[in-house]
Design a protein around this ligand. Sequence first.
Ligand SMILES: Nc1nc2c(ncn2[C@@H]2O[C@H](COP(=O)(O)OP(=O)(O)OP(=O)(O)O)[C@@H](O)[C@H]2O)c(=O)[nH]1
Ligand SMILES: [Mg+2]
Length: 334
Amino acid sequence: MQFIDEAIIHVKAGDGGNGSAAFRREDGVPRGGPSGGDGGNGGSVILVADSHLASLLDFKYKRHYKADRGEDGRNKDQYGAAGSDLTLKVPVGTVIYDEETNEPIADLDADGAQFVLAQGGIGGKGNIHFKTPWNQAPRTAEPGTPGEEKTVRLELKLLADVGLLGYPNVGKSTFISAVSRARPKVADYPFTTLVPNLGVVRLSDDRTFVIADIPGLIEGASDGAGLGHQFLRHVERCRVLLHIVEATFTTGPERSPKHDFDVINRELAHYAPELARRPQVVVLNKVDAIDPKDVEEYRREFAEAGVELLAMSAATRDGTSQVLEKLWTYVDRR
Ligand SMILES: Nc1nc2c(ncn2[C@@H]2O[C@H](COP(=O)(O)OP(=O)(O)OP(=O)(O)O)[C@@H](O)[C@H]2O)c(=O)[nH]1
Ligand SMILES: [Mg+2]
């Protein structure tokens, strides 16, 4: 299934129906009084978060949404029926932005959370309401008010406790496969992962958390290099980032764990300074394939910069449980 995490839609709530300005016409009632009923209220456009949805795909193909108008009021005191609301399901974690001002309007971050995106118009009053002792035959009836109309941007920001961060090919997907039941594609080339994946880690019955695997970042990602950095939105809500570096370097001669670490942190700061300040657990992966002496060398280099470097092999799972325990110390600060 295609993963779409951004969409712009236009919504229009139903207008209120007009009130009626009718008069009674009955045998034996020579000058019947006012009998025009009220217009019905227009339907609203409502967004509801639904955990069964994983992407904003539906909104890529259909962009205009309109709720029903309220019926007009009629003769014989009949009220117009209200227009039905239009309910649109969105994935949990959808944030709604005003397309013009770019201001966030709502964040549907829990299953079942609702938001009235466009309020239906109010039905106009019929002339039955305007009869007074000095005006027995009012011709006044109110028109319905228009339903709200707006253009909004929907953005899906996945809900995960831990976000994976790192260059392409360092073993992010291998790690999430090793520690959860998620099975993203793993391959020996960069940009294997094209869309985010979530995995649930179960340390024990009451210690579970969610990890988000996202596509790799490279130098210049903030200017669109590689797959760009827009996927970082999916780690924005994470409490802690697991920054994976590696030292076998199939992808570039100038690379080193510390070089990669610094580059990714620069890209992170370009994307959002706030995200760059999020706690990071840093781990050297693929230690099965390098000399243990090198591991110690890298540790020292990171320690000089004040960063603790863990070590693991996602392939053999050596060291992965220490990484998970370390992550848990950040996740468990609820
Ligand atoms: N020797 C060794 N190879 C590993 C280890 N972890 C991952 N690999 C290999 O490294 C390659 C890349 O692994 P992925 O998990 O796809 O890497 P990724 O970071 O998800 O890559 P992108 O999705 O492209 O960003 C694959 O060939 C893996 O088999 C490890 O611990 N040791
Ligand atoms: Mg991957």
